[in-house]
Design a protein around this ligand. Structure first.
Ligand code: GRF
Length: 200
C-alpha cells in the first residue's frame, strides 16, 4: 500500500509512521509528504529520504484553488491512501470527493466529542476527566467522518494543553499505525467502513 502524508506542524505523528513503515515487514510505504507551509515536520521526510512538497496556503486566493494545487500534487504521487496527520486545513469538497474514502485523519479527541482545530483545548475547558484520540475517514464535515479507531486518554488535574496533547499523541500514533497496517493488509475495508449503516 502506498501512502502520502499531509502535515502542517512538527510532524511527530508523521515521524512515528515513517519509523513504523521503515520496518521491512510493514505492509505500507510512505511515498510522499506534503504540507500547507514550510512545516518543521518536513525534516522527518528528508531524514527518511521521502520526497516532499509544499502547497503554501497563503499563495492561493481561495481554498478551492489551494485544494486544486494540492490535488494536482497528490495525483503526481497517486498514493493508495492519503493520511492527514496534523494538517490544520479543511480540504475543499472537490478534493475530499476525489479521494474519499481513501483519505483518513487523526484527531486528538474522542470523536464526536471536541471536533475542530482545538480539540485538546476544548476538552480541558470542558473539565472532562477523560478525552481521547481518534482515527477517522475524512468526509466533508469537520472531523465528522466514520470512526476507524479511537481510545480514551485520561485528563489529569494539573494538565495544560501541552501536557494533555503530549499524552494523547502517543495514543494517536499507535492507532494511526495500526489503522494503516490494517488497511494495507485488507483487514480494514475503507469503502465498507464508509457506508452508512444499512437501515434496520
Ligand atoms: C496531532 O495531535 C493531530 O491530530 C492534530 O495536531 C497534532 C499534530 O501533531 N491535528 P504533529 O504535527 O504530528 O506533532
Amino acid at each position: 500500500l502506498t501512502v502520502a502524508v499531509l502535515i502542517s506542524g512538527t510532524g511527530s505523528n508523521l515521524r512515528a509512521l515513517l519509523e513504523a513503515a521503515d520496518a521491512p515487514d510493514f505492509p505500507a510505504r510512505i511515498i510522499a509528504v506534503g504540507a500547507d507551509r514550510q512545516a518543521d515536520g518536513l525534516e522527518h521526510a528528508e531524514n527518511f529520504g521521502i520526497p516532499s512538497f509544499t502547497v503554501p496556503w497563503e499563495r492561493f486566493p481561495s481554498r478551492e484553488e489551494w485544494g486544486a494545487e494540492l490535488g494536482a500534487q497528490l495525483r503526481v504521487w497517486n498514493p493508495d491512501l492519503v493520511v492527514l496527520s496534523g494538517l490544520m486545513r479543511l480540504l475543499p469538497a472537490s478534493l475530499v470527493d476525489e479521494w474519499a474514502p481513501r483519505i483518513i485523519n487523526t484527531h486528538p479527541a474522542y470523536l464526536p466529542e471536541f471536533p475542530g482545530a482545538h480539540g485538546v483545548r476544548d476538552a480541558l475547558a470542558a473539565g472532562v476527566a477523560r478525552t481521547g484520540a481518534s482515527v477517522i475517514v475524512v468526509d466533508n464535515g469537520v472531523d465528522s467522518g466514520p470512526i476507524l479507531a479511537q481510545e480514551r486518554v485520561p485528563v489529569l488535574p494539573d494538565d495544560d494543553e501541552h501536557t494533555l496533547h503530549e499524552r494523547i499523541k502517543p495514543v494517536e500514533r499507535r492507532l494511526l499505525i495500526d489503522v494503516v497496517r490494517r488497511i494495507a493488509t485488507g483487514e480494514l475495508d475503507l469503502a465498507a467502513a464508509s457506508q452508512p449503516d444499512p437501515q434496520e
